[in-house]
Design a protein around this ligand. Structure first.
Ligand SMILES: Nc1ncnc2c1ncn2[C@@H]1O[C@H](COP(=O)(O)OP(=O)(O)OP(=O)(O)O)[C@@H](O)[C@H]1O
Ligand SMILES: O=C(O)[C@H](O)CO
Length: 506
């Protein structure tokens, strides 16, 4: 198999492990006939036809279908709020297993066109609110949560109107607010976010199964934490609004809500009736890819599941890492060039400030690698792109193009570069199967990409300067380097894979 085929198969296995059905089956089991129990991550909840289900998010339909299969007749009723058109597109894609059965007890409400709250999503949130409010201490509410959940569960605190909340969200996003900032504001203005849903469902037992699409898997940020205690106060919300120059232009209704909310962080509320469990994450997907890579004969290492920050810096980090690995294969890793590259890497990592990454430790682990086996480096997260051009692309395709260009330059700058002596593949892909507004999930690159494209009359750098990575990859060798998976029905951010082996071993 070629490195490309290996990279593709690793990506597929990573995504496969966080697909709704396998994920739900790993996390939840129904046990015992006489007095059945729902077992969730080692905790047992008695079940006696007292189960209710709600859900919101882009991956929740498939999660609900899998949950209903496990729960059987114990499930009384459910409501899920999912993206507009998702049933039709899953049907078209032949992903029947992600759809509910014809006589399902779960009602589906589609809404949130363009990932923004709309009247349909408001209707879904209203129905979910009503269901949660009516529960008793004998009931168990299973809550399914995934990315996109914030827009699918809008419940603005009166007198705030949906349109006012939508406008504020849009303005924050367009001014570059990070998801942590955006959701800090959303939580303050919503009845159901920031633990609101869990509080409404009390005294019922609440079990939330969460698919994380946020770096670090913070319970109170993913889908704005409807079943998690919020770690933010109104003061934090005001700070975000001030940072993006929005304090002066707030609608009156928002001012009313902000001034009537307690400015101090409230005393911790009792969430002892809630069990929040992350059942799928980028880290979990990377672990599976690592297992597979080892099975394919690689020495596999995970760099981080929290790679974030400016895409240019992230691309430079990957290029330097690839250089270092190639130097290692050439037996030059400990020489002056190796030290220089390690220095570059440490500086880049300090600038990027990737949460939890100890690069010095990672570089030590690389030092111990012998030249016998091919190497696989796995990483995941979400980079930030500053759009300057008018082209079509996505984070992953742009990252692959940037890495391709960086490797080309590094190779050109060094006489008899060790890069030329290795076979190298870099792959970056969005686990949801859609990278930006394009038909691809990501792209592959190698150090040869720029030269080969040039022979076809394609100037990689010019495409990059116009954020036109999708157009570039669609034309280059007729799209052979695009990663096309179709929608996967899950989403744990993006995944990158670097595969390297010396050329004479291939
Ligand atoms: N032409 C482009 N080139 C590079 N990146 C782009 C381009 N157009 C949009 N993007 C990036 O694509 C992202 C939006 O795409 P997408 O809808 O896949 O977002 P997402 O964050 O992956 O959503 P989700 O969290 O639902 O997966 C943004 O990060 C945006 O900067
Ligand atoms: O819905 C949201 O808030 C984002 O997808 C982050 O989880």
């Amino acid at each position: 198999m070629s490195l490309r085929e290996h990279a593709l198969s690793l990506f597929r296995s990573a995504v496969g492990t966080v697909r709704p059905a396998p994920m739900l089956k790993r996390a939840v089991k129904l046990q015992g006939d006489g007095c059945p129990q729902l077992i969730v991550k080692g905790r047992a909840f008695p079940v006696k036809r007292n189960l209710y289900l709600v859900g919101f998010g882009k991956a929740v339909l498939g999660m609900a279908a899998a949950a209903e299969e496990i729960l059987g007749d114990h499930l009384i009723r459910g409501i899920v709020s999912v993206p507009l058109g998702i049933q039709e597109s899953l049907q078209r894609a032949g992903m029947q297993e992600m759809l509910l059965k014809p006589h399902s007890r779960i009602q589906v409400i589609e809404g949130a066109r363009n990932n923004l709250p709309d009247p349909e999503a408001l209707r879904g949130a209203g129905a979910i609110q009503e269901l949660a409010q009516g529960l008793t201490a004998d009931d168990l509410l299973l809550v399914l949560i995934s990315g996109g959940g914030s827009a699918l569960l809008p419940a603005p605190i009166p007198p705030i109107l949906l349109e006012e909340k939508e406008k504020l969200t849009k303005m924050l996003a367009s001014r570059g607010a990070a998801i942590q900032e955006l959701n800090t504001v959303r939580k303050t203005l919503s009845l159901l976010k920031g633990g609101g849903l869990a509080r409404l469902a009390y005294p019922a037992q609440v079990v939330s199964l969460i698919l994380s699409d946020v770096i670090g898997d913070p319970l109170d940020i993913i889908a704005s934490g409807p079943t998690a205690a919020s770690s933010h106060s109104v003061q934090d919300c005001l700070q975000v609004l001030a940072k993006y120059n929005l304090l002066q232009s707030l609608p009156e209704s928002v001012e009313t809500v902000l001034s009537s909310s307690p400015t101090k962080r409230a005393a911790p509320e009792d969430y002892s009736h809630v069990c929040n469990v992350i059942i799928g994450s980028n880290a979990l997907a990377l672990d599976e890819a690592k297992r597979q890579a080892e099975g394919l004969g690689y020495v596999a290492l995970i760099l981080s599941a929290a790679v974030c920050g400016d895409i240019g810096h992230v691309a430079a980090l990957y290029c330097q890492l690839i250089r270092l690995l190639c130097l290692g294969f050439a037996g030059l890793g400990e020489g002056p060039l190796g030290n220089e590259v390690r220095g570059n890497l440490l500086q880049l990592a300090a600038e990027l400030d990737i949460p939890g990454l100890n690069l010095a430790e990672f570089l030590e682990a690389l030092r111990g690698l012998g030249p016998e086996k091919p190497v696989c480096i796995l990483a995941g997260g979400e980079t930030t792109v500053q759009l300057r051009g008018t082209g079509k692309g996505g984070r992953n395709q742009e990252l692959a193009l940037r890495v391709g260009l960086g490797l080309h330059r590094a190779q050109g700058a060094e006489a008899s570069s060790p890069l030329g002596r290795c076979e190298i593949i870099f792959l970056s892909g969005g686990t949801d199967g859609q990278d930006g507004p394009t038909g691809a999930a990501g792209a592959f690159c190698s150090p040869e990409l720029v030269d080969e494209a040039f022979q076809e009359g394609l100037d990689a750098e010019a495409f990059l300067n116009n954020n036109d990575s999708y157009t570039f990859f669609s034309h280059f060798q007729r799209g052979r380097h695009l990663l096309v998976t179709g929608l996967t029905g899950t989403n744990v951010m993006d995944i990158q894979t670097v595969l390297i082996r010396p050329k004479d071993r291939s």
